[in-house]
Design a protein around this ligand. Sequence first.
Ligand SMILES: Cc1cc2nc3c(=O)[nH]c(=O)nc-3n(C[C@H](O)[C@H](O)[C@H](O)COP(=O)(O)O)c2cc1C
Length: 202
Amino acid sequence: MSIKGLKVGIVLTGSFCTFAKAKSAIRELVEAGADVLPVFSYHAQSIDSRFCKAKEYVKEIEALTGNSAILTIEDAEPIGPLQLTDVLAIAPCTGNTLAKLNLGITDTPALMAAKAHMRTGKPLVISISTNDALGLCFKNIGSLMSSKDIYFVPFGQDNPEKKPKSMVAHMELLIPTIEAALLGKQIQPILKDDPNIFPAKE
Ligand SMILES: Cc1cc2nc3c(=O)[nH]c(=O)nc-3n(C[C@H](O)[C@H](O)[C@H](O)COP(=O)(O)O)c2cc1C
């Protein structure tokens, strides 16, 4: 299913090392003809890090999409009643947002956007990025993976030696994951090794 002309919500949470990849994925979506509505968690829109200045990044994403970013819970709430999104992706999704989503907590614009979107029965896509994916977060990944209307961008370990519990999604697969999710399908395989980490044996 093509995403041309579709309203795609992209929810950014505080995995700042993934922001450059998220920007590339958003650019791809725009170039593919999607109308991208950006949403930021409170931390994603306010924490300056070695990866970027928060406010500058928000402005860059607004310029790229041509849409004002949703930055508050009250501005995220209409996503449901006004049907502002055909599909919504939390990309990147922190361990924090993943845990709260799994518990039905709605105390950030990111989580409000997900809740509002999901009340319409449309697909929610999650692109994880957390050092704790194989630790305390693992149960939340499992629980959400077996939940209705939720799909995952394929992910894998990014640094098994130094960060043995870390997993990161392959953000370059965001569009194919969204396209499959719109058809009610989980793109496969969900588990995808990074070839730079696990080189193929000759
Ligand atoms: C520089 C920096 C990088 C971070 N990277 C990640 C990350 O990749 N994954 C993650 O789950 N949390 C990461 N965090 C922690 C989250 O930002 C923190 O848990 C925050 O509460 C997330 O809030 P949010 O989910 O509402 O955006 C990072 C924090 C900082 C300061």
